[in-house]
Design a protein around this ligand. Structure first.
Ligand SMILES: Nc1ncnc2c1ncn2[C@@H]1O[C@H](COP(=O)(O)OP(=O)(O)OP(=O)(O)O)[C@@H](O)[C@H]1O
Ligand SMILES: [Mg+2]
Length: 307
């Protein structure tokens, strides 16, 4: 099966008064069909530029890409792709249903199919009650919802979402998560740019991380957030002397509401730490390894790639 997204040596340079900016620098990777893929990176990393090249909003300086096995611009594959741009400015004079109908027509959907799908989509994005409201009256989050709506109007096989949840309220984020899961169940490939790492953690199986136009890492989420070397400790009777020993051994110690979060460099040091506390006569009540959250793994990778 062809990859959903296949990028080879993609580069986009912009000239500026301070010289050349490489927004995307020799990028190569694949996203397989059926994946929910998170595309992460700090502001200015090149995520939006990459997606804009794939959507042919802008053109690369060099390199190439294929979507659903076809070169960019192939009309048949384009009709199977949905796209939510980062900063949406929609036709403010249109009503929600008219706007979705307009996008359905752009995809060449027949009138009957459009009518049925508009009802479904309005329900999916939580705007059924606003179907007759003009887009100019929409709040920021409602604008994002209708944007997601137009991106899925054609039942896409491949969906690009550039920051889909940034303006959504907690209910909207949950709806978005449910929507992503139902799309995944139907085999839709989702390529999502996002800064909301907790959302990414809940929805994406694989992530790519960009920094300064380059790909720093592409990996399974599971392998990124594997257990780190941090433990949560609850113990009674830890003396100042033992606390000092813990600080000497650890890379980082945080005290938080009667519990200690201790991070060490090597796994072996964890058992040493437990022994030290017990042998001191303190009463060790809890010693729980913590997973490294995506945020921590992300910050560490970006820091290393900046070094
Ligand atoms: N039209 C342009 N002219 C000059 N430089 C540009 C242009 N568009 C983007 N850039 C530069 O390209 C780089 C990548 O920008 P891009 O919008 O792709 O980042 P991003 O990863 O999407 O960031 P964010 O998280 O803020 O959305 C930035 O340094 C940006 O200043
Ligand atoms: Mg962006």
């Amino acid at each position: 099966m062809a990859a959903a997204v296949e990028i080879e040596g993609l580069t986009k340079s912009y000239g500026s008064s301070d010289g050349e900016v490489r927004a995307v620098d020799w990028l190569s990777f694949r996203v397989e069909q059926g994946e929910v893929f998170g595309f992460l990176g700090p502001n200015g990393a090149g995520k939006t530029t990459t997606v804009q090249i794939l959507m042919q909003v802008i053109f690369p300086t060099s390199g190439s890409a294929r979507l659903l096995g076809k070169p960019l611009g192939d009309l048949e594959s384009r009709s199977q792709i949905g796209y939510l741009p980062e900063l949406c400015q929609f036709h403010s004079h249109l009503r929600a249903d008219e706007f979705l109908d307009f996008h359905g027509r752009l995809y060449g959907m027949p009138a009957g199919a459009r009518r049925k799908r508009i009802d479904e989509v309005l329900e999916l994005v939580g705007l059924s009650e606003n179907r007759k409201s003009r887009i100019r009256t929409f709040s920021k989050g409602m604008m994002q919802r209708i944007g997601i709506g137009q991106a899925i109007i054609n039942n896409p096989r491949l969906l690009f979402l550039d920051e889909p949840a940034s303006a959504l309220d907690p209910m909207g984020r949950r709806d978005m998560r449910d929507l992503l899961m139902s799309l995944k169940d139907r085999g839709t490939t989702v390529f999502m740019n996002s800064h909301l790492l907790s959302e990414v953690e809940m929805t994406c199986a694989r992530v790519g991380i960009m920094n300064r136009g380059k790909l720093v890492q592409v990996s399974d989420l599971k392998s990124m957030i594997k257990p780190g070397h941090t433990v949560e400790i609850r113990a009674a009777g830890i003396t100042d002397r033992v606390m000092e020993q813990i600080r000497d051994l650890a890379k980082r110690v945080q005290q938080d509401d009667g519990c200690l979060m201790v991070t060490v460099d090597k796994e072996e040091l964890l058992s040493h730490l437990a022994r030290m506390i017990m042998e001191s006569g303190a009463n060790l009540m809890e010693f729980t390894p913590r997973q490294m959250p995506l945020e921590e793994a992300f910050l560490q990778l970006i820091q290393e790639s900046d070094a």
